[in-house]
Design a protein around this ligand. Structure first.
Ligand SMILES: Nc1ncnc2c1ncn2[C@@H]1O[C@H](COP(=O)(O)OP(=O)(O)OP(=O)(O)O)[C@@H](O)[C@H]1O
Ligand SMILES: [Mg+2]
Length: 279
């Protein structure tokens, strides 16, 4: 399995000086993270070095996972990419544009449930469209389309409190996808679900990804989930959070549960377990 593991593609040496427009070595790059470092400083506490010199890229239409143990900086990195948190050093670019704050080009699903409990399913899904001032007719059409894709049409008028965990996460994904973002950022979207619902949601995400061809960066600490869903995996190690391996997953987009019995799947699972245990 050795050849599947490579060192991170964008070494700081290749990235060039910060702030200088160095052409990307990957012409299909949708998202590029270059030399991102994050240190949290509190008045009374020692600084926390959450991320150190993180380089990664996600190509257009790719589904990539960030895999790492608890506390290795996965949510911090996603928040920086989402523009909700600023990097201490380094930069994030979407289609070559420097990220300086949140934007409609990125849809985000946060760790844990984050729906507006007082809004119906349809209004939750349409929330970003209201903000982006879509016309009422377009908004209605887009919400109906997404509810159809998510299998939630009959729950359009329900409140989040009336839904199961899996349904809530489908609404959260639909809400993030609604404004047609360039990149979908998912932070452990299935982490709180039972094993069976989680499997159904993974298949569901693969179906949505195949249908919409959205570029997806997803955080997980679940090795099998990362292999099952992604085309590439970045392994993160903690203290400080950094990329220690980049793995190419050898299965195509039309994969199904049968790949979980493929010897390459099992080898990758063992290899990733080892990588995570030594980090
Ligand atoms: N706002 C903050 N202020 C201070 N420290 C923070 C803050 N946010 C995160 N950290 C610290 O940064 C490190 C990385 O946290 P982060 O939430 O990114 O990890 P994670 O990989 O997402 O973990 P988990 O898998 O448990 O969600 C941790 O040590 C955490 O305590
Ligand atoms: Mg997290």
């Amino acid at each position: 399995m050795g050849p599947l593991v490579t060192t991170p593609a964008h070494s700081p040496a290749r990235a060039g000086a910060l702030g200088v427009d160095t052409p990307s070595p990957h012409p299909d790059d949708k998202l590029v993270v270059r030399a991102v470092t994050k240190t949290f400083t509190g008045r009374r506490k020692d600084p926390v070095h959450a991320l150190a010199d993180v380089d990664l890229h996600v190509d257009s239409g790719e589904l990539v996972c960030l895999l790492g143990a608890s506390g290795c900086g996965k949510s911090t990195l996603l928040s920086i990419i989402g523009g909700l948190e600023t990097a201490t050093d380094g930069e994030v670019r979407i289609e070559g544009e420097l990220v300086v704050g949140p934007g409609a080009d990125r849809g985000m699903v946060f760790q844990g449930y984050s729906l507006f409990p007082w809004l119906s399913v349809a209004r939750n899904v349409g929330f970003g469209l209201d903000v982006a001032r879509w016309t009422k007719a377009r908004r209605k059409e887009r919400v109906a389309e997404l509810l159809g894709i998510m299998g939630l049409t009959e729950f359009a008028g329900a409140l989040p409190g009336e839904l199961s965990g899996g349904m809530k996460q489908r609404v959260a994904i639909a809400r993030a996808l609604a404004p047609e973002p360039d990149v979908l950022l998912l932070d452990e979207p299935f982490g709180a679900l039972d094993a069976q619902t989680k499997r159904a949601m993974q298949d569901f995400l693969l179906t949505v990804w195949r249908r919409t061809r959205t570029t997806i960066l997803m955080v997980t600490h679940d090795i099998e989930e990362a292999i099952y869903l992604s085309q590439r995996i970045y392994v993160l190690a903690p203290r400080p959070g950094r990329v220690t391996a980049e793995i190419t997953v050898p299965f195509g987009a039309n994969r199904g549960p049968a790949v979980k019995r493929d010897p390459r799947f099992l080898d990758l699972r063992d290899e990733l377990s080892e990588l995570l245990s030594i980090t």
